[in-house]
Design a protein around this ligand. Structure first.
Ligand code: ZN
Length: 507
């Protein structure tokens, strides 16, 4: 009954270790064919410890140092090096007292005195295993300590022989898998013996691990007050913990609005950018920022400039979120009065809100309607692959603009109604609008831009009677004045409702 319980316990512990270790590296945690051994050094640090640390580093060996507090106090930098290089440091009392001869209070006192130097080097959140001096343990010691007690299974009696060959032979004659070897790094002969023994055992396939690692890899969960002498392979023989590969830094998403302005001539919208700058629709000053999303403030300004609207009388924007001195304030006021583009209906215009392609189409459609530019004939049904994604209120606007050739779908046949329109795309649309509304004037503009039509000394003059675009100065349409009482209320209400709905959806 007892045996079964023990086996079950080992299995449960192993399973727990496996499960907790899985996130690190599943493959390394399978049982393997490992030959493990722990080499321990007591009573230091001393005069040969540094040489020993160099030798361990050269050989890739992790050892365990059970330090005497009075020595640890003298070599704090050596303790720090031990910790930094992956060795385990443990408690060997402050003055090498025989713990079995002390009271509980004295046991705890000497261990605490040593531990403070360990903690200074290795942090204080570690359980420092205890090696009782002389391996001397009784029930008082076991009950007094808060950490596992680590004795040994291979003792070459190096302190007695002080002879390298003897120590080497004693160890080599005894060492086997799972052993804990005892040495003292305060003797030169012991340090020399350690180097030779390590080379020999490594050649035999032994892996040197710290005591805590030996226990872990043998599935042993150390208990405070329990004495350990070795850790044989009883069916649990785990691999080393592998540091998880650091997650590769995710490539930062390229900012879709970024653009290297020095490459503007290579941008697909460049001809339209040139044209719209030439016509004063977009400012010729500064960077064009072709991939930057259009916002409502710029869109209303562009449409106003295209219409050559006289906005001089519009000194107040009429919207709480458009300061009167903002560049788009007179155009927002003008568009609102003209009726093709209102605010959100709550005193807000949303000048900084990006414009989606379906919003852009809807506003454009109302613009065409306002200036009597709607295409003639029946508007065909939308055939975009994502036509079902176009908002109900935007379907007519998208259909009208598509039929007029102002907005087109993407190469894959989609329209991307909720995608934001960029300044470059807007330039293309405005150039198309120029061609659509006034093909003759547009052809002339292009000829002038190409230098095919000479510009006289007075500069270019608008020829008369060729524009299909209503001339605002003559028809009093686009330049509806600020004091005019004419407001297409229905139009504003529609646009406002459309954007209010869309805004709610976005939230
Ligand atoms: Zn000792």
């Amino acid at each position: 009954m007892k045996r079964i319980f023990k086996k079950t316990a080992v299995f449960i512990i192993a399973a727990v270790i496996l499960l907790t270790a899985l996130p690190f590296c599943a493959s390394a945690e399978k049982n393997g064919d490992y030959k493990l051994i722990a080499i321990t050094f007591d009573d230091g640090p001393g005069a040969y410890t540094e040489e020993l640390l160099d030798a361990l580093a050269e050989r890739g060996v992790k050892a365990t140092f059970f330090l005497v507090g009075s020595n640890a106090k003298r070599y704090p930098e050596l303790l720090e090096r031990m910790v930094a290089e992956g060795h385990q440091i443990g408690n060997h009392s402050y003055n090498h007292e025989n713990l079995a001869k002390l009271s509980t209070a004295k046991i705890q006192e000497t261990l605490a005195n040593c531990r403070k130097y360990l903690a200074a080097a290795g942090g204080d959140d570690v359980t420092y295993y205890i090696r009782p001096p002389y391996g001397s343990v009784n029930s008082t010691v076991k009950a007094a300590v808060d950490a596992p007690l680590i004795n040994w299974s291979v003792d070459p009696e190096d302190w007695k022989y002080r002879n390298t060959d003897t120590v080497v032979n004693n160890i080599m004659g005894a060492a086997k898998d799972g052993d804990i070897i005892l040495l003292h790094d305060i003797y030169k002969t012991s340090v020399d013996a350690a180097k030779i023994v390590i080379d020999k055992l490594q050649a035999k396939g032994f892996e040197f691990v710290t005591v805590s690692e030996l226990l872990r890899r043998r599935g042993i969960e150390p208990e405070a007050g329990k004495v350990y002498f070795y850790a044989r392979n009883n069916g649990v023989n785990l691999g080393p913990l592998v540091e998880p590969e650091p997650e590769p830094e995710p490539e930062p998403e390229p900012d879709p609005e970024e653009f290297d302005e020095s490459l503007l001539e290579q941008h697909p919208a460049y001809p339209a950018i040139q044209y719209t700058r030439y016509k004063g629709i977009f400012s010729a000053e500064g960077d064009f920022l072709p991939n930057k999303y259009m916002d409502r403030g710029l869109y209303v300004t562009v449409l106003g400039k295209f219409a050559r609207a006289d906005v001089s009388g519009f000194t107040e924007s009429g919207f709480t979120d458009v300061p009167n001195d903002s560049y788009c304030a007179p155009y927002a006021a003008w568009a609102s009065k003209t009726g093709f583009m209102g605010g959100y209906g709550d005193g807000l215009f949303g000048p900084g809100d990006n414009v989606t392609r379906e919003q852009l189409s809807t506003i454009m459609c109302r613009y065409l309607e306002t200036f009597d530019l709607l295409p003639k004939g029946d508007i065909p049904e939308l055939t975009y692959t994502d036509a079902d994604k176009i908002s109900e209120w935007a379907k007519n606007g998208v259909a009208v603009c598509s039929y007029a050739g102002l907005l087109m779908g993407r190469d894959d046949g989609s329209f991307d109604p909720q995608g934001y329109a960029t300044r470059g795309q807007c330039a293309i649309i405005m150039e198309r609008l120029a061609k659509y509304s006034d093909p003759v004037g547009y052809a002339r503009d292009i000829a002038i831009m190409k230098g095919e039509t000479p510009i006289g000394p007075e500069g270019f003059e608008e020829p008369e009677g060729v524009s299909a675009m209503p001339d605002p100065s003559k028809e009093g349409n686009a330049n509806i004045s600020a004091s005019d009482g004419v407001t297409t209320v229905a139009g504003i209400a529609l646009t406002a409702a459309v954007f209010a709905t869309d805004r709610k959806k976005k939230k």
